[in-house]
Design a protein. Structure first.
Length: 87
């Protein structure tokens, strides 16, 4: 059963390279599918280049979808990364 949850990006610089890299590395540790939806575009959460094309800005809402094995743990871990304030 697919899980879907919306998060607000709190990082003042948006979701730039460093947090995106952390997100992708973490997403890749889970066997489930991970998708991020921003401004009507859906991206594979396990691909750094595709994630960076979303251009996620500060205070923007993004929807995270996890589907498959360990989807609950993936949702929790990745949701924390999305809402962290990064350097």
């Amino acid at each position: 059963m697919m899980m879907t949850k919306t998060f607000t990006i709190l990082n003042p610089s948006g979701f730039h390279v460093r947090p995106t890299k952390t997100f992708v590395q973490t997403a890749s540790t889970f066997p489930c599918k991970v998708n991020v939806i921003s401004k009507g575009k859906k991206a594979n959460g396990k691909s750094l280049l595709i994630m960076l094309t979303l251009g996620i800005a500060a205070n923007e809402e993004v929807t995270l979808e996890t589907d498959g094995e360990r989807e609950e743990q993936a949702m929790e871990a990745l949701g924390q990364i999305l809402t962290q304030v990064h350097e």
